[in-house]
Design a protein around this ligand. Structure first.
Ligand SMILES: [Zn+2]
Ligand SMILES: [Zn+2]
Length: 314
């Protein structure tokens, strides 16, 4: 499978502002030496030597991931504002009979606000499946698309073939993927998803405030969290802030490293970035998370930031 990140922010969309763009340009200009401008290849070398927080961004859109299985239709996790970007990209490759399967972790704004902008749902030639373990998924999604919140309603204007499924605990099969899910500790309830395809395992656990019971070596925990090739995890805060924001429903990157270590994940992707943190702080947190993994003695764990546009391959 291939996983593409369309939105990695938590809580609300977070566009870069002018001061942040100016700060990046100014820091880049300060670094330029005359030799960096000597030729087109020197300029390219200089640009590629810049740190990601100056020559890029983690992005500002909220939670949305696209999974392309080896066989079968596109699977999407959550419909945050990143879904609108995915929709724009899909417009070039939409075919009659295109099919999409959207799994919801939960229905907080940052996980549903892109849905009104998902073009395939308006297209009579497309089928869109919606999944959640909660009852009334249809009613929940339709209720955010009506006057005065949005000019058109789901039931009148989304002319695609929309199908709503309540997950009943049994694994779900979509194409070459086997998908399992479990409840996570989050205000108002939320669910994590585990995707298996042959030997490859991808675990998505967001939103979650990790708790002691998530680390217990039970068969249930182990079969859900264990041995992920890639783990996308809610690591919104620093440890200090996670303590201050106890019960807000999110985890720290340090606890995330502990968790990835406990469950022998091979790659950890920090996710659901705090909107009050700028790129400099988020990339700094990545460095600290890597340092902490080393200090723990977990030299096998690779730690990355979830960045908009990034692809995770298996
Ligand atoms: Zn969220
Ligand atoms: Zn949430």
């Amino acid at each position: 499978m291939r996983v593409r990140i369309w939105g990695a922010r938590g809580s609300r969309p977070t566009p870069l502002n002018s001061a942040q763009v100016q700060g990046k340009i100014s820091s880049v200009v300060q670094r330029i030496q005359p030799r960096d401008l000597a030729s087109p290849s020197a300029r390219e070398r200089f640009l590629s030597s810049l740190p990601a927080e100056l020559f890029g961004t983690v992005g500002g859109n909220t939670a949305c991931l696209e999974i392309a299985p080896k066989q079968g239709p596109t699977v999407i996790i959550d419909a945050g504002s990143g879904l609108a970007e995915l929709s724009a990209a899909l417009s070039r490759r939409l075919r009659p009979g295109s099919e999409f399967h959207i799994l919801f972790t939960h229905f907080h704004y940052d996980h549903v606000q892109g849905l009104p902008f998902f073009a395939p749902a308006y297209n009579p030639a497309c089928t869109v499946h919606f999944y959640s373990p909660v009852q009334d998924i249809h009613q929940i999604l339709a209720s955010q698309m009506r006057h005065p919140f949005f000019p058109v309603t789901m039931d009148e204007k989304m002319r695609g073939d929309l199908r709503f499924h309540r997950l009943d605990g049994r694994p779900l099969k979509i194409g070459s993927l086997t998908i399992r899910y479990r409840e996570l500790n989050h205000p108002g309830r939320g669910w994590g998803y585990r995707f298996e395809e042959g030997e490859s395992v991808f675990v998505h656990a967001s939103d979650v405030e990790l708790q002691e019971s998530d680390f217990e070596k039970t068969a249930e925990n182990s079969s859900f969290f264990g041995n992920a090739d890639a783990l996308v995890l809610d690591t919104q805060y620093t440890l200090g802030e996670a303590i201050e924001k106890f019960n807000w429903g999110h985890s720290s990157f340090s606890l995330g490293v502990d968790f990835a270590t406990a469950w022998q994940a091979r790659r950890l992707y920090l996710f659901h970035h705090e909107p009050l943190y700028n790129d400099a702080k988020i990339y700094k947190n990545l460095q600290l998370a890597r340092w902490y993994a080393q200090r723990l003695g977990n030299l096998d764990l690779e730690v990355y930031l979830s960045e908009e546009g990034m692809e995770i391959t298996f």
